[in-house]
Design a protein around this ligand. Structure first.
Ligand SMILES: *[C@@H]1O[C@H](CO)[C@@H](O)[C@H](O)[C@H]1NC(C)=O
Ligand SMILES: *[C@@H]1O[C@H](CO)[C@@H](O)[C@H](O)[C@H]1NC(C)=O
Ligand SMILES: *[C@@H]1O[C@H](CO)[C@@H](O)[C@H](O)[C@H]1NC(C)=O
Ligand SMILES: *[C@@H]1O[C@H](CO)[C@@H](O)[C@H](O)[C@H]1NC(C)=O
Ligand SMILES: *[C@@H]1O[C@H](CO)[C@@H](O)[C@H](O)[C@H]1NC(C)=O
Ligand SMILES: [Zn+2]
Length: 612
C-alpha cells in the first residue's frame, strides 16, 4: 500500500516551467506524450513530427488527503470570493504569481462557465501574439477556489521577430502544396509555435481542406522562411475492422419516436434556425443530408415534422427510402447527443455546436454537418472538429464488404462515437480543437468516444458492450475486445499501452477502464432510467456522465491517460466533494491505473483510507 504522505506532491506548481530543451532526449514511450509522427496531406505522403510541450496537470485533490473534504484543495488560495467579478484577469494574475512570470507573458483565450466550476484557458504570448502550443488552463470550483491547474508553458530559448517577412499569400501557397488541399477561406492568424529546442518560431496559421480526400488541417507556416512547422489534424479518423458477414438486424430496434427533442437544451426544437423553421433534417444543432454536398436534405413525410421512412435491409442503402431513413436516424442521434450532453454541461459557453447560441456565450454558426452515405470513403466514419465557431463535419460511409452494403448511419454507437470526438475536442483546451494531437492523447480521445457510446447503450444491469456490431461480424465488433468488468473477457490494463501506437487500440484501454468505473458506480448507486433527460439525480449512471463531462474541461491540452484519470478524481472533488474518490481509485487501480502508475507500468495501489 502506498505511503500516503510520500504520495503528496511536495510543492504544488513548483515545477510548472518545463525547460523543453531538456525534454528532447526522452525515451520513446515518453514521446507519445509530446510528439506525434503522423502522415499528413491528401495522399499521406508528408511525414511530419509535431511537437507539443509536456503538460503538467496539478489537480487540487492531491493536497486534500483524498478525504470527504476533497473540494477544499488549496486553502491558501481562499481569498478568491465565491463570485469572481473578473474571472479572466483573476486567473491571469493568479497564474503569473504562481508561475513566477510576468502577467504580460500570458493572455486570455477563453472562459467556460460550467455547472460546478469555471474554466479559464490561457496562452503564453510574445508582444500580444499567442504561442499556439504553450497553453494553460485553470479551474475555479464553486467556492471560488482554484481546484486544478495545467500548463504546457515553456521557458523560451529565443523567439523570432514579430514582424512576418513572408506574406500570407506565399504561406498559403506553401500550405496548399504541402498538404495537397485548398485554403478554405477561414481567417488566417499569426501565432508563435514553440519548437523542441525551446525556440518560438512565428507562423501564419492557415486552414487547408480537401473534401475528396476527407482532410481538414490547420497549417503553421514559418512566417520568416515559409516552411511548414506544424500541423493540427482536425479529423478524428476511425479505421474499423470489418468482416463481410450479415449479423445484426437494425430493424429490430426501429421504432417511431415522438417528440424526442429536449426543449431545455434545444429551446426551438431541432428544425429551427433563428426565426426560420424547416421541414427538413436541418436545424440549429445539425443538418443531415445525403452525399458530400449540402444537397438532398431529407424532407418530412407529412406535416408537421413527421419523418417516417421505411428501411429495407435486403436492399442496398441507396435504394428506396433507405437513404432518407438513414439520414433521419443520423439526424436523430446527433440531436439527441446534443441535448443530453447539453444538460450535463456541453453548452454554448463550453463551445458546443449550434447555429444560434441564444446569447448564452461561445461562438455560433457551427452546427454539425452530417453527411450520410458520403461518397468520399468506405468502411469508416470520421468527424472533423475545427475550433468553436466553425461547423463540425461528420462523414458517415458505407461498409462495402457486405452484400447488400451496410450503412454506418444505422449504427448508433458509431454515430455517438463520432459526436463525442467533437465534444472532447471542443471542451478540452477551451474550444481550440487543438488538444488531442499527441499520440497518447489521440488514444485518450478514442477511449472517451467509445466510452460515451457504451454509456448510451447501457440498461439497468451493466452488460458487456460490443462496439460497432452491425458493421462487423466478429464477436467483439470493431474492437479487439468487448468492454467488460471481467478481466478474462477484457484483459486490458494500463500496462497494455506499453508499445501501442494505434489510437484505437490505446483507446480501448481507457474505454474499458471507464466501463469498469461505470459498473462500479451503478452497483453502488443504482441506475436512473431518466439519465438522458434528468442530470439532477445521484444514480451511478448520472454521476458517471457528470464526471466525464467535467473531466473533459479540467484535463490539460494533450492529456495523458494518467492526466485523464486525475481529471476524473478532481471532477469528483469539484462536484461531489470527493464522495466517490475511493470508488474511483479502487477501480482505476484494478486496471493498473493505481496511484503509483507511471510510464505504462501498472500499479494496483490506492490510498490507504480507501481500504474497505
Ligand atoms: C509509491 O511511490 C512512492 C514514492 O515514489 C514510494 O515510496 C512507495 O513505496 C510506492 N508505493 C508502492 C505501493 O509501490
Ligand atoms: C485532393 O485530394 C485528391 C485525392 O487524394 C487529389 O487527387 C487532389 O489533387 C487533392 N486536391 C488538391 C487541391 O491538392
Ligand atoms: C475575418 O477578418 C475580417 C477582417 O479582419 C474581419 O472583419 C472578420 O470579422 C473576420 N471574420 C471572423 C469570422 O473572425
Ligand atoms: C439528389 O436528388 C436528385 C433528385 O432526387 C438526384 O437526381 C441526385 O442524384 C441526388 N444527388 C445525390 C448526391 O444523391
Ligand atoms: C482477474 O479477476 C479475478 C477476480 O475477478 C482476480 O482474482 C484476478 O486476480 C484478476 N486477474 C488479474 C490479472 O488481474
Ligand atoms: Zn474515433
Amino acid at each position: 500500500m502506498v505511503s500516503f504522505t510520500e504520495f503528496l506532491l511536495p510543492a504544488l506548481f513548483a515545477f510548472l516551467f518545463v525547460p523543453t530543451a531538456s525534454a528532447t532526449p526522452w525515451p520513446s514511450t515518453f514521446q507519445l506524450n509530446t510528439h506525434r509522427t503522423h502522415y499528413f496531406s491528401a495522399d499521406k505522403s508528408l511525414k511530419l513530427e509535431a511537437f507539443h510541450p509536456e503538460s503538467i496537470f496539478e489537480a487540487g485533490f492531491y493536497l486534500s488527503r483524498f478525504g470527504v473534504e476533497g473540494v477544499d484543495p488549496l486553502p491558501s488560495y481562499r481569498q478568491y470570493p465565491r463570485d469572481i467579478p473578473d474571472l479572466g484577469s483573476t486567473a491571469l494574475s493568479f497564474l503569473a504569481s504562481k508561475l513566477g512570470i510576468s502577467e504580460g507573458n500570458i493572455l486570455l483565450r477563453a472562459i467556460a462557465r460550467g455547472q460546478v466550476a469555471q474554466y479559464v484557458f490561457v496562452a503564453q504570448q510574445i508582444n500580444g501574439i499567442p504561442i499556439a502550443n504553450a497553453v494553460a488552463n485553470i479551474a475555479f470550483n464553486s467556492n471560488g477556489m482554484v481546484s486544478s491547474l495545467s500548463s504546457s508553458l515553456v521557458k523560451l530559448s529565443g523567439s523570432a521577430d514579430i514582424n512576418p517577412s513572408v506574406s500570407v499569400g506565399d504561406a498559403t501557397a506553401t500550405a496548399e502544396k504541402a498538404l495537397k488541399g485548398t485554403y478554405n477561406g477561414h481567417n488566417t492568424t499569426l501565432e508563435f509555435v514553440v519548437q523542441p529546442s525551446g525556440y518560438a518560431a512565428l507562423s501564419h496559421v492557415i486552414q487547408i481542406q480537401n473534401d475528396t480526400a476527407g482532410t481538414w488541417y490547420e497549417a503553421f507556416i514559418d512566417a520568416h522562411d515559409n516552411t511548414l512547422l506544424s500541423v493540427t489534424d482536425f479529423v478524428a479518423r476511425a479505421s474499423y475492422r470489418v468482416l463481410p458477414i450479415h449479423e445484426l438486424d437494425p430493424t429490430q430496434g426501429f421504432q417511431t419516436v415522438v417528440d424526442p427533442q429536449d426543449m431545455t437544451a434545444s429551446p426551438n426544437g431541432w428544425h429551427q434556425e433563428f426565426s426560420t423553421t424547416t421541414d427538413l433534417t436541418a436545424g440549429n444543432n445539425a443538418i443531415a443530408y445525403k452525399g458530400s454536398q449540402l444537397i438532398n436534405i431529407t424532407v418530412q413525410t407529412s406535416d408537421v415534422l413527421n419523418f417516417i421512412y421505411d428501411v429495407d435491409l435486403t436492399q442496398d442503402p441507396t435504394s428506396g427510402t433507405n437513404v432518407q431513413a438513414a439520414t433521419t436516424n443520423a439526424f436523430y442521434v446527433v440531436n439527441t447527443f446534443h441535448d443530453f450532453t447539453y444538460k450535463y454541461g456541453f453548452t454554448e459557453t463550453t463551445f458546443n455546436f449550434q447555429t444560434n447560441d441564444f446569447n448564452n456565450g461561445g461562438q455560433g454558426f457551427d452546427r454539425i454537418l452530417v453527411s450520410v452515405q458520403d461518397d468520399y470513403g468506405i468502411n469508416d466514419a470520421v468527424f472533423a472538429t475545427p475550433p468553436d465557431g466553425q461547423s463540425g463535419k461528420m462523414q458517415l460511409y458505407l461498409y462495402v464488404k457486405f452484400s447488400p452494403r451496410r450503412d454506418s448511419a444505422l449504427q448508433n454507437d458509431l454515430v455517438i462515437h463520432e459526436c463525442q470526438h467533437g465534444a472532447s475536442n471542443r471542451m478540452t483546451g477551451g474550444g481550440t480543437a487543438r488538444c488531442f494531437q499527441t499520440s497518447e492523447s489521440a488514444g485518450v480521445a478514442e477511449g472517451y468516444a467509445d466510452a460515451m457510446a457504451d454509456w448510451v447503450s447501457q440498461g439497468s444491469t451493466t452488460a458487456d458492450f460490443v462496439f460497432g456490431q452491425y458493421v462487423s461480424t466478429g464477436s467483439t465488433g470493431l474492437r479487439n475486445y468487448a468492454y467488460s468488468t471481467s478481466n478474462v473477457t477484457n484483459p486490458l490494463r494500463y500496462s497494455s499501452l506499453n508499445g501501442m501506437t494505434d489510437a484505437h487500440n490505446m483507446g480501448e484501454v481507457w474505454a474499458n477502464t471507464l466501463h469498469n468505473v461505470y459498473a462500479a458506480l451503478v452497483i453502488t448507486k443504482g441506475w436512473s432510467t431518466n439519465a438522458l433527460t434528468d442530470p439532477t439525480t445521484n444514480e451511478g449512471n448520472v454521476v458517471w456522465l457528470h464526471l466525464f463531462i467535467d473531466a473533459l474541461l479540467l484535463q490539460p491540452c494533450n492529456p495523458t491517460f494518467l492526466n485523464a484519470r486525475d481529471a476524473w478524481i478532481q471532477a469528483d472533488a469539484n462536484r461531489y466533494g470527493g464522495a466517490h474518490t475511493c470508488l474511483l481509485w479502487v477501480t482505476f487501480a484494478s486496471r493498473g491505473f493505481g496511484v503509483n502508475a507511471t510510464n505504462f507500468v501498472d500499479d494496483i495501489s490506492y490510498p490507504p483510507d480507501c481500504d474497505c
